[in-house]
Write a protein that binds this ligand. Structure first.
Ligand code: ZN
Length: 695
């Protein structure tokens, strides 16, 4: 394999129109992070870049739906994704965004570099325009009747019923999916990238050049694309939101998001290393790697490399280890149906369990075919493998060393075979050492081949080997007769957990930090490099070294923890099904002054009882901060009085008092209705003082 001086590693730029789910993580970010951690441990020069992809018509439409400007919309999702990546510990050197000025400049210069060579094709053509939304419609945003099978909901680029590839003008009765109106054809000028001119070069570079080193799923998709013949691709759009086409007379035109987004990798590197970014993109001694999901293969293996080639003096990706898809509980992950495990929610619901998610996602990594995540499997893998094998081994060794040697590493001398008991120990020690040395080599080899699932298997095997060593030598049985032998066994077992601490770092960084802390290990840079570069077992602590207190690495995942997650997955489907029919039309506009008239406050329910002769009303006593008052609320079918006591509620404090069934109600509690028509309290997400205003 060619030796490189440095590495540029990119992970697919996530689209800033929604939060991240585990499919994104398993597809691109976790394998990239594992690989980059491995490179850093070997002491390699590496930049790991990513950022939010913030342009395109899906952003402008999403923003419209949420009543936000495109800027506010991408700000919201960029912040959400950036925080989720940080909280989960994906170790990007930079997480940038394609709306940054450095990216505008980089993308425009890139366009100009190709434009100046007269490579682009300029063409005026008629395209569908939504007059109500004042928007040229992307193919996906036009639906109509399929001319082949008469499916009334075929998309402008493809009929999903019969699979026919279409162009919008072939649709019968076309409608805009944005307004529902019939679009009109309007002439507009665009620039096209002549992908067809790169066909013979792509054949040589991909089909001949990467036959053996690219994954078969990646290579196969590229080959079939090239074999179908390549067409010029339009690289500009009529949109307000995006990077302006840097030409005179191109007002109102922006770069197509698929042209600007991959250039974002270059801009992010520029932002990170303004003075020497070029060596990461232009020096042939640099290895460029793109980690992506399979839906992005064509863009990263065919289109972007052709763009890089056209722009001149850029390096090309050496490998693109794309993953297949991850499913969830036997069903496709879906943002629109909310069938997903959202990363930011996982981190809140299962705090302190980052390693566990990394572990399970790597162990089912969709490297060669689609994979399925289920919560039951998550629970089993964590409990059996992380708790039962890995955590258990580390903890037993730590606890035994504290028990027999007060946490001081015992002498490591090889035992003279002075008794029948000692002989087999010596053999077991040599056997274990051989097994572990083999695991280290396989671990490194698998990571280098992007086989993370198998690599992690070898990691767990090292802990298995350690467990077997302990079970076979049984130091606890020797404790009464031969403490020297116990010391030698534990000293060796401690060296195994030291190696585990180093070996698990790319996969389980939290465990790596915890073991190092428990071992009270100081600077271990030399050992780390020796392990990862020379592929040799190392020793982190010497005899006589004082260990810190043992701590459990992992705890079992309880049924209750995953039941909550499984239930959550079943709920949203009901919500989506009923959401269209339960939504009420928007009320007439009000001014901020209208709103300011309402005195909304948080109160504390101190007592609650049923109203006699009423099925609906509960009589609540509210500590409002200002006073103690009575509020009658029509929630008796949704909450029992016992459930209400102690709850925080939002209420209107200045609503005119009203008498109901002989009792005066001094305000009103705010409620929301869920998909099944059940009323739910509107509450602050943290407890606040009674009387706090809601504004
Ligand atoms: Zn059809």
């Amino acid at each position: 394999m060619k030796q490189f001086k440095r590495h540029t590693v990119t992970a697919a730029l996530p689209y800033a129109n929604g939060p991240l789910h585990i499919g994104h993580i398993a597809g691109a970010y976790l394998p990239a992070d594992t690989y980059v951690r491995f490179l850093r441990l070997r002491g390699e020069d590496v930049v790991f870049v990513c950022g939010s992809d913030e342009h395109g018509v899906a952003i402008t439409i999403g923003a419209k739906r949420e009543g936000l400007s495109p800027r506010a919309f991408v700000d919201k999702y960029h912040a959400l994704m950036k925080k989720a990546f940080e909280d989960f510990g994906i170790s990007f050197d930079i997480y940038s965004r394609t709306s940054n000025p450095v990216h505008y400049e980089t993308a425009q210069n890139f366009f100009k570099a190709i434009y100046d060579q007269n490579l682009f094709i300029e063409e005026v053509s008629d395209q569908y325009y939504d007059e109500q939304e004042k928007l040229f419609l992307a193919d996906r945003y036009i639906i109509g009747t399929c001319p082949v099978c008469s499916n009334p909901n075929a998309y402008g680029d493809q009929c999903e019923k019969c699979g026919t590839s279409l162009s919008p003008k072939q649709l019968i009765n076309p409608r805009s999916t944005v307004s529902g109106k019939e679009p009109v054809l309007r002439p507009t000028k665009h620039w096209y990238f002549p992908l067809d001119k790169f066909e013979s070069w792509l054949r040589e570079w991909v089909i001949e050049g990467h036959r053996d080193d690219w994954k078969t799923n990646v290579y196969g998709q590229c080959k079939s694309w090239i074999d179908q013949g390549l067409q010029p691709r339009s690289i500009t759009r009529d949109l307000e939101w995006g990077i302006p086409v840097p030409l005179q007379g191109a007002e109102g035109k922006v770069l197509y998001v698929w042209f600007d987004a991959p250039i974002g990798y270059i801009s992010a590197t520029k932002e990170l290393r303004p003075n020497d970014w070029e060596k990461y993109w232009k020096d042939p001694e640099t290895r460029l790697l793109h980690f992506i999901g399979k839906d992005n293969i064509v863009f990263h293996c065919i289109i972007f490399p052709s763009m890089l080639k056209a722009a001149g003096d850029f390096i090309l990706p050496d490998n693109v280890p794309a993953n297949e898809f991850l499913n969830l509980e036997g069903d496709k992950l879906s943002t629109s149906r909310n069938h997903a495990v959202w990363l930011h929610e996982y981190l809140i619901d299962l705090p302190g369990r980052r390693d566990e998610l990394r572990y399970v996602l790597t162990s089912i990594s969709p490297e060669t075919k689609d994979a399925d995540f289920t919560w039951k499997d998550y629970q089993q893998k964590v409990n059996r493998e992380l708790v039962g094998i890995f955590g258990n081994f580390v903890n037993r060794v730590m606890v035994l060393t504290h028990k027999y040697f007060n946490g001081v590493v015992p002498p490591e001398h090889e035992l003279p075979a002075t008794s029948d008991r000692r002989k087999p120990i010596l053999e077991l020690y040599h056997q274990t050492h051989n097994d572990l040395s083999g695991s280290v080599k396989q671990l490194v080899a698998c990571i280098q081949e992007f086989k993370f699932r198998e690599a992690q298997f070898h990691l767990i095997n090292m802990a298995r080997t350690g467990n077997k060593f302990l079970a076979d030598t049984e130091p606890w049985k020797l404790a009464k007769e031969d403490m020297e032998a116990v010391g030698a066994i534990l000293s060796y077992a401690l060296s195994i957990i030291g190696n585990l601490a180093v070996a698990c770092e790319p996969f389980l960084p939290d465990a790596a930090a915890s073991i190092r802390k428990q071992m009270n290990a100081g600077d271990i840079q030399t050992q780390i490099q020796k392990f990862w570069k020379q592929e040799e077992l190392v020793s982190l602590v010497k005899p006589g070294h004082q260990l810190a207190q043992p701590q459990l690495l992992y705890r079992n995942v309880e049924d209750t923890e995953i039941e909550k997650q499984i239930q959550r997955l079943q709920k949203p489907k009901a919500t989506t099904m009923s959401e269209t029919k339960t939504l009420k039309p928007l009320k007439p506009e009000v001014t901020i002054d209208d709103f300011a008239k309402l005195d909304l406050r948080i109160g504390h329910v101190v007592a609650a009882e049923r109203m006699e002769k009423s099925e609906k009303l509960l009589k609540l006593t509210i500590q409002s901060g200002l006073d103690t008052r009575t509020i009658l609320s029509g929630i008796a079918k949704h909450y029992t009085p016992e459930e209400m006591v102690g709850k925080q509620v939002t209420f209107i404090a200045n609503l005119a008092p009203r008498k109901m069934m002989g009792t005066e109600s001094q305000g009103m509690i705010l409620m929301a209705e869920d998909a099944e028509g059940k009323l739910r309290l509107v509450q602050p997400d943290h407890e606040v003082n009674p009387g706090s205003t809601v504004q």
